[in-house]
Design a binder for this molecule. Structure first.
Ligand code: ADP
Ligand code: MG
Length: 362
């Protein structure tokens, strides 16, 4: 069992709150990812959970027991850092066994646990090497192994893959996900990379400026972001945002106006008022390139990223807004070429421009 509950957690390093009242329940066995831009408080929150940092106010409980004041070493948690933090003078084997020796674990058990972790992480062949002789991926496996041998209730990861090259990152992502499936422990994983969050998480917690903007499964956040911040943060390419005004409400449809074009979209029973400033959110794959005389709006191409299987077309509207259009396969066009863009009336997001909050997804 390892259910973690954070209640009204704040942190002030002396210059105002950087964590501003976090409430969160992480059930036993969940792979929970904290994601958000640099400086939003992810590491601070993780360090408070681990006990490496005090909370300024609030309470943390693990399996119903208040651990707010419990020393880091006694919380039954293990942390894996971006920097690996291996002991350079020790061989891999001692790096793995050190913490267990410290708490006087019987020798037989140490050998058994180190052997099992090494096998699981496929580092049996490097147990007699020093960290400096290892590749980044091997070092990160050892760092994870050092947590595994301690058999913690909760694993904490702070951007563990940020130092690895792209290919290795994808591989380690998969390995950590499989480790979680195999051992089933509660894991909290911090990253600023929304793709890591999308691919690894049971649940994503989006942090911004010390508060939780939204928490939910990857697809919930992708399909139903609760505000402009989450909509812009989750999903690549980034969601397009177009500022419009409600000019009419008729039956279950509303009329939106932009300086360059108009749109009529179904609004169901959701309430909007005439004159309301709204932001239309459209993902790049819900825009289509069309003939200019058949388009909702016309843009000028600034840049095309041909990625092979798909292309990202970056266009600029005369009103100044940029639009990213997703296209399968290659897209051949020159800079400054005019393109027509059609808005697919499916999965349109409407936000209130003032508050940033989602009004509906149509
Ligand atoms: N030890 C510290 N002393 C003072 N301010 C800190 C300290 N650690 C972090 N901060 C501040 O707290 C905020 C959150 O930092 P951090 O948790 O490291 O963000 P993240 O991990 O999301 O990048 C930042 O504004 C950072 O400057
Ligand atoms: Mg950090």
């Amino acid at each position: 069992m390892a259910e973690l509950i954070l209640k009204d957690i704040t942190k002030d390093y002396g210059d105002g709150d950087v964590i501003k009242g976090i409430n969160l329940r992480i059930p036993q066995g969940e792979f929970c990812v904290f994601v958000g831009p640099s400086g939003c408080g992810k590491s601070t929150l993780l360090r408070m959970i681990s006990g490496l940092e005090d909370v300024t106010s609030g309470a943390i409980s693990l399996d119903g027991k208040d651990i707010t004041k419990v020393h880091a070493a006694d919380r039954g948690m293990a942390m894996v850092f971006q920097s690996y933090a291996l002991y350079p003078h020790m061989r891999v084997r001692e790096n793995l066994s050190f913490a267990l020796e410290n708490i006087n674990t019987p020798k037989d058990e140490i050998i058994q646990r180190v052997g099992a972790a090494a096998k699981m992480l496929q580092i049996e062949g490097i147990l007699d090497r020093k960290p400096t002789t290892l590749s980044g991926g091997q070092r990160q496996r050892v760092a994870i192994g050092r947590s595994v041998v301690r058999e913690p209730k909760v694993f904490l990861f702070d951007e563990p893959l940020s130092n690895l090259d792209a290919e290795l990152r994808v591989q380690m992502r998969d390995e950590i996900t499989r480790l979680h499936k195999r051992i089933g422990n509660t894991m909290i994983y911090v990253t600023h990379d929304q793709i890591e969050a999308m691919t690894m998480a049971d649940r994503i917690v989006v942090l911004h400026d010390g508060v939780i903007e939204q928490s939910g499964s990857p697809l919930e956040l992708y399909d139903r972001p609760c505000n402009i911040f989450v909509a812009g943060f989750i999903g690549a390419p980034r969601m397009n945002f177009i500022e419009m005004k409600v000019t009419d409400v008729k039956g279950d449809h509303i009329h939106l106006e932009h300086t360059l074009f108009q749109l009529r979209i179904p609004a169901g029973k959701h309430h909007v008022s005439i004159g309301q400033e709204v932001t239309l959110g459209v993902r790049a794959n819900h825009l289509e390139i069309s003939e200019t005389d058949n388009a909702d709006v016309i843009g000028v191409i600034e840049r095309v990223e041909n990625l092979g299987a798909e292309s990202h077309v970056y266009a600029r509207l005369a009103s100044g807004e940029g639009l990213t259009v997703y296209k399968q396969g290659y897209f051949e066009a020159g800079d400054k070429d005019k393109i027509g863009v059609k808005i697919v009336h499916n999965k349109l997001h409407l936000f209130d421009t003032d508050s940033g909050g989602s009004i509906f997804v149509a």
